[in-house]
Design a protein around this ligand. Structure first.
Ligand SMILES: [Zn+2]
Length: 466
């Protein structure tokens, strides 16, 4: 719990013009500043920031709020994350009622260390970007993939030269342990002798940024031939593959504007799709989709389309994505699963058939409800009692992940029908709605207590999606 008094102090200390100015170019008109609204698409600025009121307001879409609201809305940060972010910007320490002084000090040290690591990664990213300009071969490769300089800049693409100690020219100490901790330098023990060398060599560099825009790691692709084709930063204190999505920072405005996210498999797909007019794509980082990935996307949009290759591996990846989406599949959200023809990835499909055709595919992709039933039926002969029973056994762990709502209840009905049972029989088989012990039921019958207010206008409001 963050004390309300601290939030007020924090908002008094930060300047909303600085906070928003980091993300939106603003210019002064009279007492206020204006810029292009980050929450809706517009050509002339109707987004206004008032330094006296410390509020922003958009006359186009109605978005408005204080500095904390801006960070939660624009960057998709949680309230607590946004408070920490602002506190760090003005050098305040967030008091935590329930933390001991040691815990607080530890947390503070960890944040400082993370900031140092982020600084190291930023220096490396700047270096790789400069190196791209100096490498006609790497530029030629990107051109061959149809990318313009503008898109390369938007994604801050870079190039790691073919050198074992390229980063030695950028950092004062090549043996600084921070370089290894950031995943930039590989340290290995060669018969008692410690060897150090650059992890990324002769590769196109894709900086992976968190929602705040800080570089937290890299994806890297070979320029021509070589193994492995794709190489990611290792897990570090800043970078966790199971949580981060490539392109989320770059896509954040498009996700709100288009109202739908496309999840693809590779970073090259993300960049190529942005080039082809689909800036709302993100990619997992060489790992299956996790519930945390899905939760992160849902901060920006309620509709998600996962795209897969049409082969067996794609099918397996789709099942993992289904499992990741199920706990989040409330009635107002939509998840779809797009299986591309075997000869295509999203990039090549759009090139061949055009953006509209691809968007039609997205709109018609398999809904979560159908995929769940398909997966449950796999290998089951529904003409036999055994097959139907097996289908139900396969469906139960998937279905039980769904949050309660109309979708969950309809699927229970559909699975019952396919399984040759009455819906009540299936509910009792799966012990759905089984009466809890009386004591529990009395507690459950009461309405949930209202969340405590944090005081006045500072109460956290639910995210609004224009
Ligand atoms: Zn607006």
């Amino acid at each position: 719990m963050i004390p309300a008094g601290f939030v007020q102090e924090l908002l008094a200390r930060v300047d909303i013009v600085d906070v928003i100015g980091r993300h939106v170019p603003l210019r002064k008109t009279g007492a206020n500043l204006v810029g292009l609204c980050p929450f809706h698409a517009e050509k002339s600025p109707s987004f206004t920031v008032s330094p006296t009121k410390q509020f922003y307001h958009c006359f186009g879409c109605g978005a408005s709020g204080d500095a904390i609201r801006f960070l939660t809305e624009h960057l998709g940060l949680g309230f607590v994350e946004a408070v920490h972010e602002l506190a760090q910007q003005v050098g305040l320490q967030v008091p935590q009622d329930d933390a001991s002084p040691q815990q607080r000090e530890q947390a503070q040290r960890r944040r400082e260390h993370d900031a140092t690591l982020a600084g190291v990664l930023k220096t490396a990213a700047d270096h790789y970007r400069q190196q791209l300009k100096a490498s006609p071969r790497a530029i030629e490769y990107l051109k061959r993939r149809g990318l313009t300089g503008e898109i390369a800049r938007a994604f801050a693409l870079g190039y790691a030269p073919d050198s074992w100690r390229g980063l030695a020219s950028v950092f004062p100490r090549y043996d600084d342990p921070l370089l290894a901790e950031a995943g930039l330098v590989v340290v290995h023990d060669d018969g008692g002798e410690t060897k150090r060398y650059d992890r990324f060599r002769d590769r196109i560099m894709f900086p992976i940024r968190n929602v705040k825009g800080d570089v937290i790691g890299f994806g890297a692709r070979v320029v021509d031939r070589g193994e492995p084709k794709y190489l990611n930063s290792p897990e570090t204190p800043l970078f966790h593959k199971g949580r981060e999505l490539y392109g989320l920072f770059e896509a954040r405005t498009a996700l709100r504007e288009r109202g739908v996210a496309l999840v693809v498999e590779g970073y090259m797909d993300v960049v190529a799709l942005a080039q082809l007019g689909l800036p709302n794509a993100v990619a997992t980082l060489g790992t299956a989709c996790t519930p945390e990935h899905v939760a992160k996307l849902l901060r920006f949009t309620d509709r998600v389309v996962f795209s897969f290759d049409g082969d067996a591996a794609g099918r397996r990846a789709a099942v993992r994505a289904l499992e990741a989406a199920l706990p989040h599949a409330s009635d107002t959200r939509s998840f779809r699963f797009l299986f591309l023809p075997p000869e295509h990835d999203p990039d090549s499909y759009v090139r061949e058939h055009g953006r509209e055709a691809f968007e039609r595919l997205m709109a018609q992709a398999t809904p979560l409800s159908r995929l769940l039933v398909d997966v449950a039926q796999a290998g089951c002969d529904l003409a036999t009692a055994e097959g139907r029973a097996r289908m139900l056994a396969q469906a139960q762990p998937l279905w039980s992940q769904l949050p309660d709502g109309a979708l969950r209840r309809q699927l229970l009905g559909e699975l019952a029908r396919l399984g040759g049972l009455g819906v009540d029989e299936l509910a009792s088989l799966w012990r759905v709605g089984a009466s809890p012990p009386p004591a529990t039921r009395i507690v459950d019958a009461r309405p949930a207590p209202a969340a405590p207010r944090r005081g006045g206008v500072l109460t956290r409001q639910p995210p609004r999606r224009p």
